[in-house]
Ligand binder design. Structure first.
Ligand code: ZN
Ligand code: ZN
Length: 379
């Protein structure tokens, strides 16, 4: 569900003078409309101004589904996703003033198919060498994107500060699924050298590290190899992302990890909404209490509008504290997204400010908390 882009900003006045790109695109409907936000012109301008002053980071994304580019062996799921569109996504990110995003490769992309419950599951196992080869393909797509100058480099906080100044979007390389590591710990140093700064250790495919939330568990937590992988990620400076990991895997990772971690894209379970991809209060607090962050995702699970999503973000802030919440859109591979266009990114800080959060707190959620987490990875 994409917000209406017709006409709304054309009627907005002087506040938009500094935002020619936004005005040009005549972006979203600020009053009523599909978002459900009911923001005034002044409130929208406040969110836009905040993004000009503070770095904002989408802690989990697949912009333009770049991970499908040059994919040799398509399956029904990857075919259904359609052709990649990185250039359009990057234009929208620039219009929306997204300072950086974690551009996630999908380690188990070639294995996935729709499950009976409407989510994703794995259809087969990897062929020998396939996981590593597919990692290299996807990292190659990202490296080319930065080399061409389509996205700015995003190796550290300095790069992201630079991107804000230059009004560009930095690509922080990431991988969803630790499958490509196999049992070869040295691949973690290679990934770091490739520019990878976050790895979601488990995705939909139960792997050598542990089990996802969405499958019946084989093991109660991290495997012995999984523990070694977490320790090696800590040493390398790569963030351990626990999105998709079972609670058992998460508990073990909290025991083993010497660095704060994140759950990059989830939301809290509620009495009226339960789903394997959501986390309990206990689960979220465990990661937060070890210095970690929880990214709120605008998926269609228990949310119908952007306003519903803003409520989920506020609920997380109430539950784990404003220092531990971030934004992880999962764009452009989100499940029934209620927010699907980076040009609408300013709606998030606008709505959070309108709900009574102060500028410093909104800046933390929009990017500051992730930058702190990134800085805490290496001694
Ligand atoms: Zn995911
Ligand atoms: Zn994802």
């Amino acid at each position: 569900m994409t917000l209406s882009r017709r006409g709304a900003l054309a009627g907005l006045g002087a506040g938009l003078a500094a935002w020619p790109a936004l005005a040009q695109k005549q972006m979203f409907d600020p009053v009523g409309g599909a978002s459900g936000l009911n923001l005034s012109e002044v409130q929208i301008a406040a969110g836009q101004a905040l993004l000009a002053r503070h770095p904002s980071v989408d802690v989990h994304a697949h912009p333009g589904r770049f991970f499908l580019r040059d994919l040799m062996r398509q399956n029904a799921t990857t075919k259904a996703m359609g052709a990649p569109f990185e250039a359009k996504a990057l234009t929208d990110m620039s219009v929306g003033h997204v300072t950086a995003a974690l551009f996630n490769c999908v380690s188990d992309a070639v294995l996935l198919e729709a499950s009976k419950t409407g989510g994703l599951t794995f259809a087969r196992q990897f062929d020998p060498g396939e996981a590593w080869a597919d990692y290299q393909r996807q990292i190659g797509v990202l490296k080319a994107m930065v080399k061409r100058g389509d996205a700015a480099r995003g190796l550290d906080g300095r790069d992201i500060a630079q991107a804000l100044k230059a009004h560009r979007t930095a690509a922080v390389f990431a991988v969803e699924g630790g499958d490509f590591i196999e049992d070869k710990l040295e691949r973690i140093a290679t990934a770091y050298a490739d520019g990878v700064r976050s790895i979601t250790i488990v995705h939909y495919h139960p792997n050598q590290i542990g089990d996802p939330q969405t499958e019946a568990p084989r093991t109660p937590g991290l495997t012995p190899l999984g523990k070694d992988i977490v320790r090696t990620l800590n040493k390398s400076g790569i963030v351990v992302d626990l999105a998709h990991s079972s609670f058992g895997v998460t508990k073990d990772a909290v025991e083993v990890s010497t660095r704060p971690m994140m759950i990059s894209h989830t939301n809290l379970k509620r009495p009226d909404v339960d789903h394997p991809r959501l986390v309990s209060v206990e689960h979220a607090r465990l990661v937060a209490s070890h210095g970690g962050i929880i990214g709120s995702v605008p998926s269609g699970i228990g949310q119908k509008t952007v306003a519903d999503w803003i409520q989920s973000i506020l609920r997380l802030i109430e539950t784990v504290g404003v220092d531990h919440v971030a934004i992880g859109t999962d764009m452009d591979a989100n499940f029934m997204p209620v927010f699907a266009d980076y040009a609408d990114w300013p709606l998030i800080p606008s709505a959070l400010l309108a709900r009574g959060l102060g500028e410093a707190d909104v800046a933390k959620v929009m990017g500051g908390n992730f930058l702190k987490l990134m800085a805490a990875q290496k001694a």
